[in-house]
Design a protein around this ligand. Structure first.
Ligand SMILES: [Zn+2]
Length: 396
């Protein structure tokens, strides 16, 4: 068969890093796939694949023969060529975990801390838990993915506006983890991290998705045309601190008044039940009561869903997503919460925007933040540019 003719610029432009990205995405699984997709010559593909194999990132068919089941000539990304560390930091609880390069969780743990504790109180515990998980048999750490509530500056690795976590703004997080691994830190907002987890879930098949994080606070991760939208200052998706008429004058934990969170956030629902003399510490307690049929808890969750849905309807009309994912602690009572959200969205959003709109639970449930941190770190450390730089370093 005649070789597909492609312009010379394309012909030699795909790098080893690009080929690894094709193998990771499943768009190619053999050298001939790689030639067909990139238009590279046979010699060029062999040279780039050999470089990837020498670095340990790709396993060649011959090495895989013993494992059986794969055709000769198969190329497989070696998921054990490295690991990433993750920490999803919350207001009262932080989760930590280790993932391989294929996004499989190898080990995990959680750290409880005082509500509102600063980085000097929280980060050493996070570091210690990660250190415990890092057993000597594990491959090298390539990156560290961390998420925080609030607005973050991913370039500097600092929180820039987290009014609900006092003392975190402007404090670099990397130094706290320096002693564990010499690897770059990738910081994300918590709702964005939850959205990134859907790149391995619902957003692997659709390109426009809104991901609601309904927990102690309320956030929104926006995936538009297959990409996370952070906005010009990182503040995209700050649904919870949008002013709504029903909340006029109500003080919010952000220091302002009249925010959606004062009606719909987990902290506000917990406060309301406590005012009535009921024993609830955390929104997870209220959700647990709803799940065993407590009428008032169910009513509060449904109403929260409705309040969120009213603002979400605007986002749905703006962005016309295929799916809305509902995650976070409140979405654990999915049927109740989703019923409230749907009620308001269908009442407010346009017929066109809702005609084929799907509502879905978060693919990874209460692990979504960790999976999102892992996805974020993996996409950076395995990016074509990062891989090419790594191969260039190993040659010198
Ligand atoms: Zn607020």
């Amino acid at each position: 068969m005649a070789e597909v003719r492609v312009p010379p610029v394309v012909r030699e432009s795909a790098t080893a890093g690009d080929l690894l990205a094709l193998l990771r995405s499943g768009r190619a699984a053999t050298r001939s796939d790689l030639r067909a997709v990139t238009g590279l010559s046979r010699t060029a593909v062999v040279a780039r694949v050999n470089a990837l194999a020498e670095s340990g990132l790709v396993l060649l068919g011959a090495e895989l023969a013993s494992t059986g089941g794969r055709p000769a000539g198969s190329l497989v990304v070696n998921h054990l060529a490295g690991i990433v560390l993750t920490a999803a930091i919350g207001r009262s609880r932080s989760q930590v975990a280790i993932y391989d390069l294929g996004g499989t969780e190898l080990s995990a743990s959680a750290v409880d801390h005082e509500i509102g504790a600063g980085p000097d109180d929280v980060m050493p515990g996070v570091a210690e838990h990660l250190r415990t998980l890092l057993t000597p048999d594990l491959p090298p750490v390539l990156g560290i993915g961390v998420s925080l509530p609030g607005v973050v500056d991913p370039e500097r690795g600092v929180s820039v506006d987290t009014p609900v976590m006092a003392g975190w703004d402007g404090v670099p997080l990397a130094p706290y983890l320096d002693g564990i691994a010499a690897a770059p830190l990738f910081l994300a907002n918590d709702a964005d991290a939850m959205a990134r987890s859907e790149f391995l879930g619902h957003a692997s098949s659709v390109r426009d998705v809104l991901v609601v994080k309904a927990s102690t606070g309320i956030g929104l991760g926006v995936i538009a045309d297959g990409r996370i939208i952070s906005g010009s200052r990182g503040g995209a998706g700050d649904l919870g601190h949008t002013k709504v008429p029903e909340a006029v004058g109500r003080p919010c934990r952000c220091g302002d008044v009249g925010c959606l969170e004062t009606l719909a956030a987990g902290w506000a629902l917990v406060a309301r039940l406590r005012e009535e003399g009921r024993t609830v510490e955390h929104i997870r307690d209220l959700v647990a009561q709803a799940l065993v049929g407590d009428a008032e808890a169910k009513q509060l969750l449904r109403e929260s869903g409705r309040q969120v849905g009213e603002l979400l309807a605007v986002a749905i009309n703006l962005l016309n997503p295929q799916a809305v994912v509902l995650g976070g602690d409140m979405a654990a009572a999915y049927d109740v919460y989703a019923a409230g959200v749907r009620e308001a969205v269908y009442a407010r959003a346009s017929a066109l925007a809702t005609r084929e709109l799907q509502f879905l639970p978060a693919t990874y449930g209460d692990r979504a933040g960790l999976v999102g941190c892992a996805t974020h770190a993996l996409d950076q450390v395995l990016s074509p540019a990062a891989i090419d730089a790594r191969l260039a370093r190993s040659r010198t």
